[in-house]
Write a protein that binds this ligand. Sequence first.
Ligand SMILES: [Zn+2]
Length: 149
Amino acid sequence: MQCQFCNGLCIKAGKQKDGTQKLYCKACKKYQQKVYQYQACKESIVKLIPSLMCESVSIRGIARILKIATSTVQRKIILIASKIKKPPIPMNIEVVEMDELRTYIGNKANQYWVAYALCSKTKKILDFIVGKRSKIMLEACVKIYFWRY
Ligand SMILES: [Zn+2]
C-alpha cells in the first residue's frame, strides 16, 4: 500500500486492538491504516471545517454534520488558526483608522478586546490584536497605530 502522507511504500506493522491491519511507512516513519472508522482523521473531512466556520455553523453543528467529536473540532480549529499568517502590511497607506470592540468568552465577567487597524480607503483590515484590556494590550495597540512611523 502507498503511504497517504508521502506516497512511499508501507509495510505491515502488526494489528490494532480491533484486528485492523496497521501499516508503517519507512520514508516518513508514520503508522497508518488502510481504512479508518473514525472520520476525523480523514483530510477531506478536516478540510470542511474552515468552510463550515465561514458559513457560521457552530462547533457543535460542525461536529454533528461531520460526525466527529466536539473537542476534535475545537482542536482542529486551533491547529488551523495557528497556521494562519498575517499578510505583510503595505507601506503606501496614507490614512489608517483604528477601532476596538469588546466581547466575552464564557461569561460577561471574562471580557476580551479586539483592537484593529484598517485602511480608510479600502476598508481592509491591516492588523489586529486580541486580549484583555491591560497595559500590555494598549502598548500593542499603540504599536499597531504607529507601526509605519
Ligand atoms: Zn510516508
